[in-house]
Ligand binder design. Sequence first.
Ligand code: HEM
Length: 356
Amino acid sequence: MAMANIFKASTIPTFIFLLLLSCNTIIISHAQTPAPAPGLSYTFYRTTCPQLESIIQQNLRTVFASDIGQAAGLLRLHFHDCFVQGCDGSVLLNGSASGPSEQDAPPNLTLRAQAFAIIENLRRLVHNACGRVVSCSDITALAARDAVFLSGGPNYSLPLGRRDGLTFATRNATLANLPPPTANTSTLLNSLGQKGFTPTDVVALSGGHTIGISHCTSFTGRLYPTRDPTMDQTFFNNLRITCPAINSTNTTFMDIRSPNVFDNRYYVDLMNRQGLFTSDQDLYTDSRTRSIVTSFAVNQTLFYQNFVSAMIKMAQLSVLTGTQGEIRANCSRRNSNDLFILPTMENDQDEKLASY
Ligand code: HEM
């Protein structure tokens, strides 16, 4: 009798749903920590800059205490660095006589100016303490890690030892490597698949949109001239108020449930058809990724495990190591541009380390 009650007709669909979900969870939970790329290691600065991680975390605690929004800016900066030409700090470089920088390419125009300033300030603090031994790309990767952790997300160790690149990518290369918010799941799976990411990685990385803001122009194509039918009506009504015209310069939070907390509510948004971009919402529409979205929405630990694994993978894309590249003395300029001003740099450590 008891069994008969459990399997009442009305509860069977729920039971099957939970069963499928738990099977799915078992499949998705095999998130392995990626091995360090050749040349990177978890102990890279153990003797040359043991204070590195505490300097960064301490400074970011202060920054975020006055404006937690900066965490989102730093996370996105690291993503844009790594996807274009690898995690080589190329996004930090100013333009030069050779052409406009990556920063001038459309996807990077909405990176926060403050994020660049925070990275350069961290570099100054770190180089003052240890000398010019730590790269801007490592500092950017650590800042993104702490942005996640200090917003309430998971903490994780990062293999270090990246070197800074000597060149930046063209506008076309930047556009080709950063998918637009209008991309559907096929485009995302294809584009990120070429970089070695699985569908689970793609869904997990998209969870970066659990913090931060977007400009209206990134999604007004879903509001005008008519509502994207995959968008919830109330969500649409509110967005039309925030973005009263197709070219409105306003911004809105990306995760309406908990905009400043690094949690799994972004996936709950998607299940409620309250994802901001096509690239977000389509992850729930597409049958290949829908169950992954659901599994992260019901299990935050599972999301965290997969996010960390995908982030470590992302943080190791085409890294420069060993004698490749350089350790920049200023994150926005390659050293060879300032050959003549090197001796007057901010502290005498720089002269000692001029060979980097
Ligand atoms: C998968 C494809 C992705 C697309 C199409 C995409 C697109 C975008 C767009 C259009 C914005 C808003 C820009 C604006 O209008 O101001 C944005 C913001 C953001 N993205 Fe992504 N993104 C993607 C992946 C990622 C990944 C992998 C991460 C990090 C793991 C990430 C983290 C962020 C964050 C934190 C913000 C908010 C930035 C801020 O508040 O300053 N995104 N993204």
